[in-house]
Design a protein around this ligand. Sequence first.
Ligand SMILES: *[C@@H]1O[C@H](CO)[C@@H](O)[C@H](O)[C@H]1NC(C)=O
Ligand SMILES: *[C@@H]1O[C@H](CO)[C@@H](O)[C@H](O)[C@H]1NC(C)=O
Ligand SMILES: *[C@@H]1O[C@H](CO)[C@@H](O)[C@H](O)[C@H]1NC(C)=O
Length: 449
Amino acid sequence: MTEMEMCHSASAVSLTRAVLVLVHPDVKNWIKYARFEEKHSYFAHARKVYERAVEFFGEEHMDEHLYVAFAKFEETQKEFERVRVIYKYALDRIPKQDAQNLFKNYTIFEKKFGDRRGIEDIIVSKRRFQYEEEVKANPHNYDAWFDYLRLVESDMDAETVREVYERAIANVPPIQEKRHWKRYIYLWINYALYEELEAKASKCPKNKLFKGYIELELQLREFDRCRKLYEKFLEFAPENCTSWIKFAELETILGDIDRARAIYELAISQPRLDMPEVLWKSYIDFEIEQEEYEKTRSLYRRLLQRTQHVKVWISLAQFELSAGQEERLPRCRQVYEEANKAMRSCEEKEERVMLLESWRSFEDEFGTNATKERIDKLMPEKIKKRRKLQAEDGSDAGWEEYYDYIFPEDTANQPNLKLLAMAKLWKKQQQESEAAATDPDKDIDEKQT
Ligand SMILES: *[C@@H]1O[C@H](CO)[C@@H](O)[C@H](O)[C@H]1NC(C)=O
Ligand SMILES: *[C@@H]1O[C@H](CO)[C@@H](O)[C@H](O)[C@H]1NC(C)=O
Ligand SMILES: *[C@@H]1O[C@H](CO)[C@@H](O)[C@H](O)[C@H]1NC(C)=O
């Protein structure tokens, strides 16, 4: 045969084969067709045939032999990356029992050409496949999920791991059986720990995780585990007052008052807190509930060292009133006296007014004529004032009315201030006249030297 004839005959056979795969779409025929092309060095054609075959059978009718053949073809082409992709693609999709030849051929390939990593990949992929089958058969097989997760955690990227976790925790136990729930909860713990250790950057999913998990443990009355979780959670978000309070409340409910108190103490000692006022209020309410009045008092005092806010003072006064102890009226009044003194220097006159009004309503209800008279004397006079306004460009923007408060106590103090100022002035004048009397002598001394 001439070269021309050979070529001709080859393409005729090729065409026959092409028709054959369509008439008898067996894997065998596709492989024959591709091999034929390969034999005649039409490598690009051969590759196309394999690709079309893969497409033709789709994911529903995968046959390992096709993939082995395809991979072997690429191996002869020294396209080792392609080989690997083909094997992995097939291994991920063909059920284990139908993929024996694939595994064997792939293992041989990696032993020949691959690195250690590649061989490990085969093993992982094989085992992954097996776990997928197991959890598909029974999604509540938590042991299989654990094994599966252990595998992906040691070998896969965070996205994959997270995906498998999400799939796993979506399988809430169907029955109220503690054994199942325990396993299920361990999944959550592991997920939380994984997030904590591996995916350090993600705070929000972790919040969700811890919360869901703590609720589960509470339902199961696994209180020690709840404690552990709160501890972990707070290590990770020590500024979160809600968590501190919930943790302390848990201990309170469980009757471990000392622990609850210790938690509150730890909480208020944090350098940064998201809602300190809520935390302090909760701590104070806790001590009041325990009828620990001395401890409550001392807490108020500690709080007042940090803030002199009028609400804290009023709250303390109301505590004294409601504590129901002997001497409650004088104690309450005493707090108002003290607060009024402390707030004299307060910039916010409204706050001072708020205190006096609270005091007055106390006296209205519980006071004597004398004490009522006393508070009346302290009440400020409210006067309307006007001030000039400036627009942003500095131009005149008219007048604004506002209210100011004049506290009788302050006015009463003013003569004293005047006296002090006068005394200072007098002293200064005296020093000046003394200086004037001595200076001429000094001048002379200087001239002599
Ligand atoms: C590789 O796969 C082919 C068929 O796909 C099979 O005949 C052969 O036995 C396999 N190799 C090994 C070592 O199993
Ligand atoms: C604080 O913790 C609680 C759970 O105790 C959580 O629901 C909340 O989202 C957290 N707040 C912030 C700001 O992270
Ligand atoms: C208190 O004052 C009211 C009127 O302001 C008077 O009627 C009453 O007798 C006084 N009570 C006492 C105990 O002084």
